[in-house]
Design a protein around this ligand. Structure first.
Ligand SMILES: Nc1ncnc2c1ncn2[C@@H]1O[C@H](COP(=O)(O)OP(=O)(O)OP(=O)(O)O)[C@@H](O)[C@H]1O
Ligand SMILES: [Mg+2]
Length: 292
């Protein structure tokens, strides 16, 4: 069961309520039968594509909201626009805006962390993260990959960004690193095709044409009748979700408006601060020798 946290506001004790877990499937929205669609993200990655205004950042914010409320998950955020994920700053370990040097630094740190976790798992003769593990999962959310991979910086920096990201997506799964990344059109200029194919989940919001839809979902789906170009431009948040080895599914993603995002972010920041304090207190109490 998720922990129930209690905060002390000085005069009265306030029940903060339950937290989520990153091992719980993440609520995305509803499917075409009106049924809730929940998607497991632990041990997986997701690529979100679609034309401008199709609702990519909306979905990314929903995923970050779940992770922020999960005390077993740390947040690392990369946001070329700054304001799309900016409301989650207080819940995040790291927030990087439009700065390629900082973005590269973060990805390199994550690569080192990943290698150390693999050393640990190897030492313990284990293969992957489990619920309640000694290390927490990490969500690396990137809004607008293209900004870092193809727009700013030198050629060498862009290549380095692509290489590091590919390594994190390819090897991060077992040590609890989840990459959720959005881009307007994941062509090979923005991310390499082999990196794109490593994302277990892909969501295509409305795309400008059939070929863009195939670029997000994988080649051949348009020929089988699945094109995100068929989605109305007046229906942001609607899109096709596909899992590895699955068929596309039409979804309407839930949307958190600015006020709701801000409220959830404030609540999650309080949950996180309280949980950190409780952990520190119990560590201190454990280190106090029992009375004779
Ligand atoms: N699930 C949704 N339900 C209803 N409206 C939505 C939904 N998602 C997005 N919208 C509306 O569409 C607008 C654009 O959405 P969003 O910013 O997520 O698009 P985007 O694909 O990230 O665009 P860009 O590529 O320019 O960053 C939002 O400001 C909101 O008004
Ligand atoms: Mg956006």
């Amino acid at each position: 069961m998720s922990p129930v946290l209690v905060a002390d506001n000085g005069s009265d004790v306030v029940e903060l309520g339950p937290a989520l877990s990153i091992f719980d499937p993440v609520y995305f929205g509803i499917d075409e039968f009106g049924q809730p669609k929940r998607v497991p993200l632990i041990e997986r990655n997701i690529l979100i594509g679609g034309e401008p205004g199709s609702g990519k950042s909306g979905l990314l914010n929903g995923i970050v909201a779940h992770a922020a409320l999960s005390l077993d998950c740390r947040l690392m955020l990369l946001d070329g626009k700054r304001v799309e994920l900016g409301q989650w700053r207080k819940c995040a370990d790291v927030f990087v805006g439009p700065n390629i040097e900082q973005a590269l630094k973060l990805l390199k740190r994550l690569q080192i962390l990943m290698d150390r976790r693999y050393d640990y798992l190897e030492e313990c003769e284990r293969r992957k993260i489990i619920p309640g593990d000694v290390f927490t999962a990490i969500l690396l959310a990137i809004d607008e990959i293209a900004y870092f991979s193809a727009t700013v910086g030198t050629k060498q920096q862009k290549e380095e960004f692509n290489l590091l990201l590919r390594d994190l997506v390819a090897r991060g799964r077992a040590i609890g690193l989840i990459v959720a990344a959005a881009t307007q059109r994941p062509s090979s200029k923005i991310i390499d095709t082999d990196l794109r194919d490593l994302f277990a989940w892909r969501f295509a919001g409305r795309c400008t044409n059939d070929s863009s839809s195939d670029i997000v979902l994988g080649h051949g789906w348009v020929a089988k009748g699945w094109s995100a170009n068929a989605i109305s431009p007046n229906n942001p948040g609607a899109g096709l979700l596909i899992a590895e080895n699955g068929s596309p599914e039409l979804l309407k993603v839930a949307y958190l408006d600015d006020r709701t995002c801000a409220a959830i972010a404030a609540y999650a920041a309080t949950l996180r601060a309280t949980a950190a304090t409780e952990k520190a207190v119990s560590r201190v109490l454990r280190s106090v020798p029992p009375a004779a």
